[in-house]
Design a protein around this ligand. Structure first.
Ligand code: IMP
Ligand code: MG
Length: 183
């Protein structure tokens, strides 16, 4: 879906399809350079990271393997609970691997901070994080994030994987919703 398909629900477009593609390509270039010759496992966090994972993986010029995890930190609302539960675990043994966690967004950082600690406990060679979006003003914990697409204001966003009540994930851009959608 593009912005015309959801015109009535939209407040504004934050990043267009083209802006996202360009930024993802830049991140991929850095990742290729930083990990050259290493055994890299991309760990996508379901469901939000599906789009960024698909585009980032294809923009890389290095071999990588991919695996997925699903964790829950949110209900259907828009507030982070800080309670993390594994809904789907990895199938890959992390021992000795260079892990790159791929996320859609870092809000409070609580999910990522928990996930990072959890993955480190499995004996990988390294764990780094790549996120398309980050909300610096919403941070409740400090996490070292090596690859950030865009820092955004503390506003709820949808599209390119990100949902509101499971909708809007298939927008090809990132935007904010009009107030009437939440009511
Ligand atoms: P955190 O634990 O607060 O950092 O939240 C992490 C997860 O909450 C993200 O991976 C998203 O799935 C979801 N989330 C946080 N902010 C937004 C948003 O603005 N729109 C949609 N989902 C969000
Ligand atoms: Mg997520």
């Amino acid at each position: 879906m593009d912005s015309h398909d959801v015109e009535a629900d939209l407040k504004h477009v934050l990043y267009s399809k083209e802006q996202i593609q360009e930024r993802v390509a830049q991140l991929a270039e850095r990742i290729d350079a930083d990990f050259q010759g290493r055994d890299v496992l991309l760990v996508g966090v379901l469901k939000g990271a599906v789009m960024v994972m698909a585009d980032l993986a294809r923009a890389l010029h290095s071999h990588v393997t991919m695996d997925w995890m699903a964790v829950s930190s949110y209900g259907s609302g828009t507030q982070s609970s800080g309670v993390v539960r594994i809904l789907k675990d990895l199938e890959t043994d992390l021992m000795g691997k260079h892990v790159l966690i791929v996320e859609d967004i870092i809000d409070s950082g609580l999910t990522l901070s928990w996930l990072r600690t959890n993955l480190i406990s499995r004996g990988p060679a390294s764990v780094e994080i790549c996120t398309l979006l980050r909300k610096p003003e919403a941070a409740k914990v400090e996490i070292d994030v090596k690859y950030v697409g865009f820092d955004i204001p503390n506003e709820f966003v949808v599209g390119y994987g990100l949902d509101f009540a499971e909708k809007y994930r298939n927008l090809d851009f990132v935007g904010t919703l009009a107030p009437h959608v939440y009511e």
